[in-house]
Design a protein around this ligand. Structure first.
Ligand SMILES: Cc1cc2nc3c(=O)[nH]c(=O)nc-3n(C[C@H](O)[C@H](O)[C@H](O)COP(=O)(O)OP(=O)(O)OC[C@H]3O[C@@H](n4cnc5c(N)ncnc54)[C@H](O)[C@@H]3O)c2cc1C
Length: 402
């Protein structure tokens, strides 16, 4: 499709999808960055790739990305063109690869049982029935799998295997999640099977992903003239339809509670990020839990719902956002001003910070996993301050591991 040089590009959302789209439009499609506008409802770019805080009030990341070389080909390709912030002449990609050459991942304590024993997780624990069911899942078409849940395609033994405990905690799968989704992950990450017990294939960024990926991307994009329009929630899109398909004619948005509209010309382009894993994420603290939001206050799902209501073929958002209790989750970041806990974890696990991957306490009622990153994990994190990230899959259970 050819576009006139005057066409304007609107990217809804400032997560990695939009940042990458902007970078590729400029780098590979020759679009003038000054014609690209990123509309984002929050005050910061990055979406799920967050990282904030300080040593006094505490650091927070909602998640930590486990990347690999093989699967993240597109990400590395984009990051190859983005200069790192603090290493002159080095791209973000090269900086990440240099970091991983220095800090080789090899988890020595992937699974820990109720007796505080490190399990020999090399043994995935499959029996013949598990193998057959695995093969059947991979050989069954998505059409035939339909809405089946994982627990409908495997029998009881599979869920007791070391493999399932490692796979589900690596990728945050619940037994009731979609069998299609599991199949896609298995095909996408097939190369991880032999090294899932050491997470040896995982590639980390030097700092959290906000500092390592998002900040340099934003700086590079702004230097190309891209504008970031924050605190602007796109709430709806208007379409014109003809035999050739549908075209966006207007974006409706809210800023500071005021309605505004973006008129979209015939040769303009709009790319939407619809839905978000971190929509309606809230933060708790040492003395209070993060409140659970059920009424979709962020724009990610309602925009999709509004568009899908108008046009057939735009998917079924309700499949992904319609069951809060089965899709909510919780993670936590510790900020420590003493090395004591990390020294004990290092002595127990045999892993220096940044080399260990996930440690899963397989019998904890949260099914809790923790990761100790290399320090500093946040730009400006002082010496003597340490962080640790963790999450639980069963967030409604009272915690029982201290
Ligand atoms: C805890 C956690 C751990 C993860 N671990 C991994 C991992 O190990 N490996 C991995 O590959 N992936 C992981 N992921 C997933 C990965 O982070 C996401 O898939 C990816 O960041 C999504 O990027 P995105 O740009 O598609 O969407 P998002 O990051 O969700 O960004 C969407 C952006 O759009 C904005 N937005 C949405 N709707 C609107 C609107 N209507 N108007 C204006 N703005 C809007 C949102 O505010 C947000 O900033 C993890 C995610 C989480 C939360």
């Amino acid at each position: 499709m050819t576009r006139s040089p005057s066409s304007t590009v609107y990217l809804v959302g400032a997560g990695i999808a939009s940042l990458s789209a902007a970078a590729l439009l400029i780098r590979d499609a020759g679009v003038d960055g000054r014609r690209i506008h990123v509309l984002e409802e929050t005050a910061l770019p990055g979406g799920a790739l967050d990282g904030k805080g300080d040593a006094q009030s505490g650091y927070v990341t909602r998640g930590g990305r486990m990347l690999t070389e093989e699967t993240y080909v597109c990400l590395w390709d984009v990051l190859h063109a983005i200069p790192s912030l603090d290493r002159p002449g080095v791209s973000v990609k090269d900086d990440c690869w240099a970091f991983n050459a220095e800090h080789v991942p090899h988890a020595r304590a992937r699974l820990i049982d109720r007796e505080h024993r490190i399990l020999d997780a090399r043994h995935l624990g499959f029996d013949i029935q598990d193998r057959v069911e695995l093969m059947r899942l991979l050989a069954t078409s998505e059409k035939a799998l339909g809405t089946k849940r994982i627990e409908e395609v495997f029998s009881g033994h599979f869920f007791q295997t070391n493999f399932w405990t490692m796979w589900r905690t690596t990728f945050a799968f619940q037994n009731w999640h979609s069998a299609i989704e599991l199949k896609r992950y298995m095909l996408r990450f097939l190369q991880e099977f032999p090294r899932i017990h050491t997470l040896g294939g995982v590639r980390r960024t030097r700092y959290n992903q906000y500092d390592t990926i998002v900040r340099p991307m934003r700086r590079w994009l702004e230097r190309q003239g891209v504008s970031f329009v924050h605190e602007t929630k796109v709430i709806d899109a208007q379409f014109a339809s003809n035999a050739g398909g549908h075209r966006v004619t207007r974006l409706d948005a809210l800023r500071d509670g005021q309605a505004l509209a973006y008129a979209i010309a015939d040769d303009d382009v709009v790319l939407f990020t619809v839905g978000s894993m971190t929509a309606d994420a809230t933060q708790g603290g040492d003395g209070w839990p993060a409140p659970l939001v059920r009424d979709k206050r962020d724009g990610a799902w309602t925009l999709w719902e509004n568009m899908a209501r108008k046009l057939p073929g735009l998917g079924r958002p309700n499949t992904f956002c319609g069951n809060v209790d089965e899709t909510k989750w919780l993670s936590f970041t510790l900020t420590m001003r003493s090395p004591l806990l990390l020294e004990r974890i290092e002595a127990f696990s045999g892993n220096e910070p940044g080399t260990g991957g996930l440690m899963t306490f397989k019998d904890s009622s949260w099914l809790m996993s923790i990761v100790v990153p290399h320090a500093p994990h946040f730009a400006g994190q002082p010496d003597g301050v340490h962080t640790l990230w963790g999450y639980g899959l069963f967030v409604d259970q009272p915690g029982d591991y201290v």
